[in-house]
Write a protein that binds this ligand. Structure first.
Ligand code: NAD
Length: 255
């Protein structure tokens, strides 16, 4: 029970890594707010967690809208009674190199991945401070650390998340709020489908094989392996950890 009595807001928790993290945090004693722009996905995650007897509330908002996210963070805090942990996990992919990525893709990628992290954190900080401090985890990616072919806007937006994390860690340390970036390697979720299909010349299976070969560990990651890293950063076990970039990638960026 590493998060007993804590309250956590997880964005993009209707699917993939966010859902696995919400389930893990709840099993470790936290009350969780399941924020997603997809109402039925948020509801499904919250119902599955509530069925285990843990506290979970679905909250619907688009993290790139300052109005929606400020209401959603306030409502999540009211429902949970406090706020100690924020996992800025919601994100979207984008395919295309700098030659062919569209301006629309670039703007959407930055609006959700980078601006969404800033807006959600800004709305949450007064509540974290009121709780006496807390932990913010910003979901970056190995795409922030190395170039990935055909993924230009995504690499740039996740790079922005890493830089924002360092600035936030310094600004928020006096408030007792730790801020860290998490850089997962590839985990097969709905977000990765377009990239896998493109990489596999139309075959997702082939794309997955080609991708796994880039990983020294010989396979992709799983959502729960990323959730375990988020759990460490959220918990008191990481009480002296702030401003860091925590890579969980089966050795991909060590090459
Ligand atoms: N899957 C990977 O290989 C991988 C690797 C590195 C980093 N990441 C990052 O991890 C995070 C989660 O990815 P995933 O693979 O679990 O994706 P996913 O597509 O399975 O889940 C993302 C969730 O975020 C929600 N979402 C998207 N835009 C939103 C918005 N504007 N407001 C609120 N909710 C929104 C979606 O509805 C979805 O439920 C993303 O930030 C992604 O960039 C994923």
């Amino acid at each position: 029970m590493k998060l007993q009595g804590r309250a956590a807001l997880i964005t993009g928790a209707g699917s993939g890594i966010g859902r696995a993290t919400a389930e893990l945090f709840a099993s470790e004693g936290a009350g969780v707010a399941i924020l997603d722009r997809d109402a039925s996905a948020a509801g499904a995650t919250a119902s599955a967690i509530s069925a285990t007897g843990a506290e979970a509330h679905p909250v619907v908002a688009d993290v790139s809208s300052s109005e929606e996210i400020s209401h959603a963070v306030a409502s999540a805090t009211r429902l949970l009674g406090r706020l100690d942990i924020v996992y800025n996990n919601a994100g979207v992919g984008s395919t295309g190199s700098v030659v062919d990525a569209t301006e629309e893709d670039w703007d959407r990628c930055f609006a959700v991945n980078a601006k969404g992290t800033y807006l959600t954190s800004q709305a949450a900080i007064p509540h974290l401070e009121a709780a006496g401090g807390g932990s913010i985890i910003n979901q970056a990616s190995v795409a922030a650390l190395v170039g990935i072919q055909g993924f230009a806007a995504y690499c740039a937006a996740k790079g922005a998340v890493v830089s924002l994390t360092r600035a936030m860690a310094i600004d928020l340390a006096p408030m007792g709020i730790r801020v860290n970036a998490l850089c997962p390697g590839t985990v097969y979720t709905p977000l990765m489908e377009p990239l896998m299909r493109e990489r596999g010349g139309g075959s997702i299976e082939r794309g997955l094989e080609i991708t796994a070969a880039k990983y020294p560990i010989g396979r992709l990651g799983t959502p729960v392996e990323i959730a375990n890293a988020a759990l460490f950063l959220a918990s008191d076990a990481a009480s002296f950890v702030t401003g860091t970039v925590f890579t969980v990638d089966g050795g991909m960026t060590a090459q």
